[in-house]
Design a protein around this ligand. Structure first.
Ligand code: ZN
Length: 331
């Protein structure tokens, strides 16, 4: 259901958006900025529903009018979503998709007196697509509202950023995620564990729940344990490469994120409580020098960036694992 009650946390942001809807002051171009899975997409869809609703109630879509039904079913003629297309080798938004959106936006709204366009993953627009969008945002079709969602605002064109109002979506607290999960019937202890791993993202927590919990984190920890014990052979690397090449790029990105967090945890284990505090006993067994940990984190960040390029995933996985093993073995 598209209602503000279903968006966890973000109290101030919600209040602000509702106020803008009620006062008919919703910006014509806005960026929702925040990590994957914190609720940007849901918030954007609720905004769209409320903006197109025939009888909005205090900034909330009524949920019963024809318009609300059409938005929920993603078939409202004045509601348009652009999302990244994921292939085996890339994940991006292409200029053709932006052009298709523009030809829609050039028409008069059909059911409502305005049109709402969501661009999910705006940082995944390639340069041509971004420039194409810029032209539309500079001279927006009247009555059209653009909501750009991004986990990496800094990667958007400066000219796009400067023409949009930015609304930040902070990470959720562990407690908020835990409570949201228990509200969905997840058992308390499991909810607590998933909340830790999800690190501020309710969407990630839900994914973890559906994929059977903590397997990716376990895989990341297992990899590091093997590397630190020098048990990681070329064969292991090729095996991992073959297995992970079937993953989506998003899944490998999650794996990398876990590995990066575990590395940080190991580094600061003696001075602060680790993020993955339930893993503390195992983390304390991993011996890697601080200098090497920093190099590994740097390498991880670099590979994370390369994930959005056209690089072959299998080669990328293998190169990454070889790189961190090399750092560990270096003098
Ligand atoms: Zn309605």
């Amino acid at each position: 259901m598209l209602t503000w009650e279903n968006l966890f946390g973000h109290a101030a942001t919600k209040a602000y958006l509702k106020k803008n809807i009620v006062e008919e002051k919703f910006p014509h171009a806005v960026i929702f900025s925040g990590e994957e899975g914190v609720g940007k997409r849901l918030a954007a869809e609720i905004c769209a529903a409320a903006l197109l609703c025939e009888n909005p109630i205090d900034g909330n879509p009524c949920g019963v009018c024809e318009s609300c039904h059409l938005v929920s079913a993603r078939s409202h003629p004045d509601f348009y979503i652009v999302e990244a297309e994921e292939t085996k080798t890339s994940r991006n938004i292409k200029i053709g998709q932006i052009r298709n959106m523009q030809s829609e936006a050039a028409l008069r709204p059909i059911n409502s007196d305005r049109r709402v366009i969501i661009i999910d993953g705006a940082e995944l627009m390639n340069k041509a697509a971004a420039n194409c969008l810029l032209k539309t945002i500079e001279e927006p079709p009247s009555q059209t509202i653009f909501i750009l969602l991004t986990a990496s605002r800094a990667s958007l064109l400066m000219t796009i950023r400067s023409r949009c109002r930015t609304i930040n979506f902070d990470k959720l607290s562990n407690e908020q995620i835990r409570d949201a999960l228990t509200a969905q019937g997840v058992e308390e202890q499991e909810a607590q564990r998933l909340a830790i791993i999800a690190d501020g993202s309710f969407g990630r927590a839900l994914k973890l729940k559906d994929s059977g919990g903590a397997q990716l984190r376990e895989a990341a920890l297992d990899t590091l344990e093997k590397i630190s014990r020098k048990e990681f052979s070329n064969e292991d690397i090729f095996k991992a490469g073959a297995e992970m090449s079937d993953w989506s790029r998003e899944k490998f990105a999650e794996f990398l994120t876990h590995l990066q967090k575990i590395l940080r945890d190991i580094c600061f284990l003696e001075v602060s409580e680790p993020h993955n505090f339930d893993l503390a006993p195992r983390l304390s067994q991993i011996k890697i020098s601080e200098r090497k940990i920093f190099l590994m984190i740097e390498a991880g960040a670099e590979f994370h960036k390369r994930l959005n390029s056209n690089a072959n995933l299998r080669l990328l996985v293998e190169a990454y694992l070889m790189q961190i093993r090399k750092i560990h073995r270096s003098g």
